[in-house]
Design a protein around this ligand. Structure first.
Ligand SMILES: Nc1ncnc2c1ncn2[C@@H]1O[C@H](COP(=O)(O)OP(=O)(O)OP(=O)(O)O)[C@@H](O)[C@H]1O
Length: 323
């Protein structure tokens, strides 16, 4: 009797242990699946955030310990800002408007084409040469981008983000060619549009305005947060675009001087009325037929000593570097 009872008890304990082991196994599997799902969600969130926000800003937003009501902002002393508008382009959903645009299609065809153009512009951002260029947004038919929005830059004023990473500030190299990089980016956009025009039998043109200087950057909004930049530099870049000429990159005198000092040729446009400034001298960045920036000519006078030792200064040479 006792033996049977003990046997039943042992069997029961054995079954119980077996049950607990199975349960443990199921729970562990469930936990692993949940952990995997959480990791995938985090990766997707990271990818989405990195698509919406610049990398350094996305990192701040992915920090779980960050207070949710904290305003993210940065101040930069030197950022180059570009507004590039598709001149003569507008989407109409009526036939008359579409014909007016030269788009022998309904609004959808125009939208597809606009998407193609913007996507091709976006692809340029993956080019190593333009890794510092940040697309800010597309507003209507205008592509807005900036160069120089780098955390920890030495010339950046204290900001929420950069103050956190102040320890790394000393090791960050300061770039001074943001305006040149952005002007190059604009010429590549022109080249992309030229190729697209050829394929799609269109005649779109890019009207570009660039300005450089101080900007305030920040993220606004809880839903669909937007990283944007503000300030006089941004307003002026927009006005250089709106008062510009299709196929040209217009800049203020201070930006032309900066570009020239860094080897990029600019030509005077003459006086242009710019809201907030009045009549000001503006310049066009010189772009060649091949849609590359024309280098500033560095005249190296070839001093030719003639027999009578007079100096012939007429024979000058131009040094050119590819831009
Ligand atoms: N962050 C930004 N994103 C997009 N556009 C901007 C931004 N900041 C300024 N702008 C543009 O810069 C231009 C000049 O700014 P301003 O604040 O003077 O507005 P405005 O008086 O309406 O100027 P305008 O009459 O030239 O459009 C505006 O067209 C504005 O849309």
């Amino acid at each position: 009797m006792l033996v049977s009872f003990l046997a039943i008890c042992v069997h029961f304990i054995d079954r119980q242990a077996d049950y607990m082991n199975r349960l443990d196994f199921i729970w562990k599997r469930q936990l692993m699946a949940e952990q995997e799902e959480a990791s995938t969600t985090r990766t997707v969130n990271k990818m989405l955030l990195r698509n919406i926000l610049p990398n350094h800003v996305a990192e701040v937003y992915l920090d779980m310990n960050r207070p949710h009501d904290e305003l993210f902002h940065e101040e930069y002393e030197y950022v180059a800002v570009m507004f590039a508008s598709l001149a003569g382009y507008s989407l109409h959903d009526d036939e008359a408007g579409a014909e007016e645009d030269g788009l022998q299609d309904d609004g959808l065809g125009g939208l597809k084409l606009l998407n193609e153009i913007i996507t091709d512009f976006d692809k340029l951002l993956f080019d190593n040469e333009f890794h510092r260029v940040e697309k800010i947004k597309v507003a209507g038919y205008t592509y807005m981008a900036a160069c120089g929005l780098e955390p920890g830059r030495r010339d950046s004023a204290a900001s929420h983000e950069s103050s956190r990473s102040s320890s790394s500030q000393g090791s960050v190299q300061q770039n001074t060619d943001h305006t040149v990089v952005l002007a190059k980016f604009a010429t590549r956009m022109m080249a992309v549009l030229k190729a697209l025009n050829k394929d799609a039998f269109q005649t779109f043109n890019l009207r570009v305005g660039i300005c450089h200087g101080r900007v305030m950057a920040g993220v606004v909004g809880e839903k669909k947060p937007l990283y944007d930049i503000w300030g006089d530099t941004v307003n002026m870049a927009s006005r250089m675009d709106s008062t510009g000429i299709p196929g040209k990159i217009q800049v203020l005198e201070k930006t032309a001087k900066l570009l020239e000092s860094q080897g990029v040729k600019c030509e005077s446009r003459g006086m242009t009325f710019v809201k907030g400034k009045g009549e000001v001298q503006t310049y066009f960045v010189s772009v060649g037929e091949d849609l590359h920036l024309i280098p500033q000519e560095i005249v190296t006078r070839k001093r030719k000593f003639k027999l009578n030792e007079s100096i012939d200064t007429d024979d000058s040479e131009f040094e050119e570097t590819a831009l």
